[in-house]
Design a protein around this ligand. Structure first.
Ligand code: SAM
Length: 232
């Protein structure tokens, strides 16, 4: 690698509270030549909150390959680029991995700038006493496939299972979990982390379903689902 190639910085951004961003991340976002962002408007909102005016380009799952070439060319002309997504750490249930794979394969320098991640944020404040966890991310959208995935996890060694779920699927997802794991399996729902309506709810699956059904407001927003291990 020649000395005068640029660097791609993989920058974690807040998952809600705009102040949850590291000083180093702000330095990088202010000093790079361009920021590749999933949704420019969302990232511009974050940047203007911190008085940063760096130019932006769009990178999402449908144009990642195309933009990867453009970014490789910019790095080759000694420009530094930052990659961010809408919230949290890029490549964690978010785009970016294909870009980074391509850049690393051709010898480019890629530097992580660590910060927020919804799964770790939820786990850290859940009170679950288990050292090991398995991060699944989003389960399949269709119930049949979702149940098949959940079934495959029943043979896992004991560990906390962590999922992301969208608000319009949360009730259906819990119903499928009841079918596969039984009504008494414990769950923690971590909702709207770092935001005004941040909620942690811990109970068994059946009671959690009833709690969600009893108040539609509890079905709104963003969710992390944590299922602690069952020790036989
Ligand atoms: N890259 C992100 C990260 O590092 O956590 C995850 C992006 S993924 C597209 C978005 C999902 O993450 C949401 O559907 C939700 O499951 C979870 N999530 C993101 N922000 C959250 C928040 N503030 N509270 C709870 N869950 C959140």
């Amino acid at each position: 690698m020649q000395q005068d190639y640029g660097t791609l910085y993989v920058v974690a951004t807040p998952i809600g509270n705009l102040r949850d961003i590291s000083l180093r991340a702000l330095d990088i976002l202010a000093s790079v030549d361009c920021i590749a962002a999933e949704h420019i408007d969302l990232t511009r909102h974050l940047l203007s909150h911190h008085g940063i005016h760096t130019s932006l380009m769009t990178l999402h799952q449908h144009n990642e390959h195309l933009v990867a070439e453009k970014i490789a060319n910019l790095l080759a002309s000694n420009q530094n680029i930052a990659l961010v997504t809408d919230a949290g750490t890029p490549c964690i249930s978010d785009p970016g991995a294909m870009l980074i794979h391509l850049l690393r394969s051709s010898g480019h320098r890629v530097v992580p700038i660590p910060g927020p991640n919804a799964a770790i944020c939820a786990l850290s404040a859940s009170g679950i006493r288990s050292n090991s966890f398995f991060f699944y991310g989003f389960l399949p959208v269709k119930s049949g496939e979702r149940k098949r995935c959940l079934t495959s996890l029943t043979t896992f060694p004991p560990c906390t299972l962590i999922f992301y779920e969208a608000p319009h699927r949360i009730v259906e997802c819990i119903k499928d979990m009841i079918v596969i794991f039984g009504t008494h399996r414990q769950i923690t729902l971590a909702r709207e982390l770092t935001k005004v309506f941040e909620t942690f709810h811990t109970d068994n699956l059946e009671n959690t379903l009833q709690w969600l059904l009893a108040d539609e407001n509890q079905q709104k927003g963003e969710f992390v689902l944590l299922l602690p291990p069952v020790f036989e």
